[in-house]
Design a protein around this ligand. Structure first.
Ligand code: SAM
Ligand code: SF4
Ligand code: F3S
Length: 448
């Protein structure tokens, strides 16, 4: 039996898709070379922006055609959009057979193994994602392992869900309330990853800084800085530890010192700013203002001067005046992030901001977005140029495009670099001197 999995959205979805793959492989399923030959197709979906959802509807249209040639294929929709829309995926003309929400992802495997998806007593239209399961995190189960064989980089989810309710964001509704994973399970997954040859891990959570676990038996309490410190002390062949995402309001001085004192926690932090206007930040329910954010950046840079900082920005939030927008622009210009992921505001039904209206015209949103993209591009290039001539540790990921004498890898700041080295260096750390910048990619040479 062959499967095909398509994944949209954030790293959490990617990690969960790999866990699904692992479970299917374990039960002697094989990955199909293309969806035409698959017995089972799973689309792991995202709801964060309308663009993501539109793309997924497009894919469902495509699968309608696939099913004409391959009618025996079962199509499952899972993930955040499945949680949001449930049975709306299923109607007479839809190619979708089953829908599993965020909290029932693990039931996919049971269903596949018990072959209930092929069983007429569970007809198409059976939906496990019920309304009342939506915010109930108790039913969320972490997988034991999220990485298939042969990978050098792995995601390790440490939390699920979010309690912050930023007014624009659908995530708390589709992933439920925060749930911190048992540290024993986290440590045993990381141990296993080391035996599999993984060299870099990324700890995942919508807001990793609010990780908190209290062991009911021992009474031991673990917060994120402590967890990170323990992981940093325990790993041996993993030399790079990353974590995503940090909410500015919860990033503590304790965490900054844990990073500063370690040698294996990457000097890279993703710290979404969203807006530079205090009025908009308040309407976004971000619970910090621009002064707080600037002070935090200063604290980080004072303690860890080589820290690379990336961010997320939303322009065109309801009520964002030209002045509000200018404050965002100015803050991007003064902080000089290494990279910024920029979006224009998308109303999401069910969120608080949905009730604020969507008063910024699309053309204005696009104009603001293209301006911040242009500004950030200039800053990113400038920051990269500063690194030319210096030497970095690089984890080689594979051959560069169309070339078998050049490898492609990433620096500790997660920047792409192409350098000369042979196949034997793939999956290993290499010392590389940066020679020049080609587009967005560094070109370097192996040192020694
Ligand atoms: N938990 C992370 C955080 O707080 O930054 C990430 C959340 S979300 C998966 C990633 C980014 O999508 C957000 O930081 C935000 O910039 C953007 N985003 C979320 N909802 C959005 C919306 N309705 N419209 C536009 N962008 C949105
Ligand atoms: Fe969404 Fe805010 Fe939670 Fe991030 S912190 S997932 S933006 S609600
Ligand atoms: Fe999307 Fe869900 Fe992640 S909405 S960004 S896949 S948590």
């Amino acid at each position: 039996m062959k499967y095909w999995i398509e994944t949209y959205g954030c790293q959490m979805n990617k990690a969960e898709s790999e866990a699904l793959e692992l479970a299917l492989n374990h039960n002697k399923w094989k990955e199909a070379e293309d969806p035409m030959e698959a017995d089972l197709t799973i689309i792991n979906t995202c709801s964060v922006r309308e663009t993501a959802e539109t793309r997924i509807w497009g894919r469902i249209g495509y699968y309608k055609k696939v099913k004409k040639n391959n009618p025996a294929m079962t199509l499952i929709i899972t993930g955040c959009m499945a949680e949001r829309l449930g049975n709306k995926f299923i109607n007479k003309n839809s190619p979708v057979d089953k829908v599993f929400g965020t909290f029932t992802k693990n039931k996919i495997i049971d269903s596949v193994l018990q072959k209930t998806i092929f069983d007429p007593i569970f007809p198409s239209g059976q939906n496990f994602a019920s309304e009342d399961s939506m915010p109930n995190n108790q039913t969320y189960e972490f997988n034991k392992l999220h990485t298939t064989e042969g990978k050098f980089k792995a995601f390790v989810p440490i939390m699920n869900g979010c309690n912050n309710f930023c007014s624009y964001c659908i995530v708390p509704y589709v992933r439920g309330r925060e749930l911190s994973r048992n540290p024993e399970e986290i440590f045993s997954e990381i141990e296993k990853l080391e035996t599999m040859g993984v060299k870099e891990i990324t700890l995942l959570g919508q807001n990793v800084n609010s990780y908190y676990y209290e062991d009911k038996e021992t009474g031991e309490k673990l917060d994120f800085p402590f967890l990170l410190k323990k992981i940093s002390q325990q790993v041996s062949s993993i030399e790079w530890i990353r974590f995503l995402t940090s909410h500015p309001k919860d990033l503590s001085e304790k965490l900054i010192s844990v990073i500063a004192e370690s040698t294996n926690i990457c000097r890279h932090i993703h710290l979404p700013l969203q807006s530079g206007s205090d009025v908009i930040l308040k309407k976004m329910n971000r619970k910090y203002n621009s002064d707080f954010y600037n002070t935090l950046i200063k604290k980080i840079k004072d303690n860890i001067p080589d820290m690379s900082i990336t961010t997320d920005i939303i322009v065109g939030f309801p009520g964002e005046t030209q002045e509000d927008y200018n404050m965002t622009y100015d803050m991007i210009n003064s902080i000089k992030f290494n990279e910024a992921f920029t979006y224009y505001y998308n109303p999401r039904e069910g969120t608080n901001a949905f009730n604020f209206g969507d008063d910024i015209p699309k053309e204005e949103k696009i104009k603001r977005l293209s301006e911040v993209i242009k500004l950030q591009r200039k800053i990113s290039i400038m920051k990269k140029k500063e690194k030319i001539g210096t030497t970095f540790k690089v984890l080689a990921e594979g051959f560069s495009k169309n070339n078998t004498t050049e490898l492609i890898g990433r620096t500790e700041s997660d920047e792409m670099i192409v350098f000369n080295a042979g196949q034997d260096r793939i999956g290993l750390y290499n010392i590389v001197k940066i020679l020049f910048l080609k587009g967005n990619t560094f070109i370097g040479e192996t040192v020694k």
